[in-house]
Write a protein that binds this ligand. Structure first.
Ligand SMILES: [Zn+2]
Length: 379
């Protein structure tokens, strides 16, 4: 009964009152379930792994995250699944939602904007990320250009910054795209990307290695790819898993979610030779294919293997093709970019948490620095 009711609330808000979308996510919970694989057919296991997020597996037990409106779907596939936690949404992120709502409802209250963006006492909201990106442009006008490439269904900007020397000119340099928060609840990835940007810009004048990375490339950072999901503590883009919505060789006419449609358009208009897509979590550095256990061409496989071996060395991450390292996932970013333009598309699962305690943000960032620099220097 409760299920039907929350779905009703969700539908009403989603289709009639989209301006109040933040309340939608507050009425939709995410639950965690435990599933024993010996009770499951292989086919159902495959469907579950493609449609839900598996957070851990130990022996014959899987833990799966399920939005409240899809619990019945899971129960059809795995009747013996049992609920571990009916609402996993508490944690650092809930504080941001509360703050965002507070700002909307009481706009006269003082803003939380921090004077020093390097000091992080809390995760940033999407509005704060936008200010940070604009501040980068203001503080480094020769190196940073803020851009927007669309607007989400809920009115949030699809935004990013370009970093390069002669930043306003489209120079013939390798173009790389670094993205975070494709899954809107993997909020640590946004902070990591912001941290990487800060390191790159702060060291430009003093560290020749960083200057060379900036001067010799055109770097496009998109810290909040799934703007709607991110702004409402939600993995999905609307009701779609964005990282299962890219077209891929078996389904070239797949319909991408809004944020994916926008980034695809951005990608297609440019000449992106390398893409680094940050997710959380799992301590993994991965490459195509995700949709199939078949290998990409031997030549490309060797190239990806060499690159990810090098990237995974400093932080001792596991590396390999997505379908082998995690599971088969159809419609993901790395497959699309590689399939479309032979882009060197790498996906990273950072750390061991989607939203670790704020004190750990800097460690999470530090863990990606050398790995990311090696990725950039590959081009
Ligand atoms: Zn993810």
């Amino acid at each position: 009964m409760r299920l039907n009711f929350s779905f009703f609330i969700l539908a009403v808000f989603l289709f009639s009152y989209s301006a109040r979308a933040d309340f939608v996510s507050l009425s939709t919970t995410l639950s965690s379930f435990s599933i024993r694989t010996e009770n499951l057919g292989k086919e159902n296991l495959q469907i579950i792994s493609e449609n839900f997020e598996i957070t851990s597996s130990s022996g014959t037990e899987l833990q799966v995250i399920v939005p409240s409106n899809r619990i019945s779907e899971l129960m059809l596939l795995a009747p013996f699944a049992h609920m571990l936690d009916s609402d996993i949404s508490s944690g650092p992120r809930s504080r941001i939602i509360e703050q965002d709502l507070r700002q909307k409802l009481f706009p006269h209250l003082p803003s939380r904007k921090k004077s020093n963006p390097l000091v992080r006492d809390v995760y940033h909201s999407i509005t704060e990320i936008q200010s940070l990106l604009k501040d980068f442009q203001k503080n480094y006008p020769d190196l940073v250009e803020y851009f927007e490439y669309g607007t989400s269904p809920l009115g949030h900007p699809f935004m990013g910054i370009k970093i390069s020397d002669n930043v306003t000119i489209d120079e013939p340099e390798p173009e790389l795209m670094l993205t975070a928060a494709t899954h809107g609840d993997e909020i640590i990835t946004t902070e990591v990307l912001i941290g990487l940007i800060e390191n790159l810009l702060a060291g430009y004048k003093t560290a020749p290695r960083l200057a060379k990375m900036v001067n010799d490339h055109e770097l496009f950072f998109i810290p909040v790819l799934n703007a709607d999901g991110f702004s409402s503590q939600w993995r999905y883009d609307g009701m779609t898993d964005p990282n299962r919505s890219y077209p891929y060789p078996e389904n070239p006419s797949a319909l991408p979610s809004p944020s994916i449609e926008a980034v695809i358009d951005f990608f297609q208009k440019r000449d992106i030779v390398g893409s680094l897509d940050f997710h959380a979590y799992g301590r993994l550095v991965m490459f195509p294919w995700a949709y199939s256990r078949e290998h990409i061409t031997q030549e490309d496989y060797n190239m990806f293997d060499l690159l990810t071996t090098s990237m995974a060395a400093p932080n001792v991450y596991t590396h390999g093709p997505i379908a082998e390292v995690i599971y088969v996932a159809k419609g993901s970013s790395a497959d699309y970019y590689y399939w479309q333009k032979k882009t060197v598309a790498v996906a990273i699962e950072v750390g061991l948490d989607k939203a670790p305690p704020v004190e750990q943000i800097e460690n999470y960032t530090a863990e990606q620095i050398e790995s990311t620099w090696r990725f950039i220097e590959n081009f």
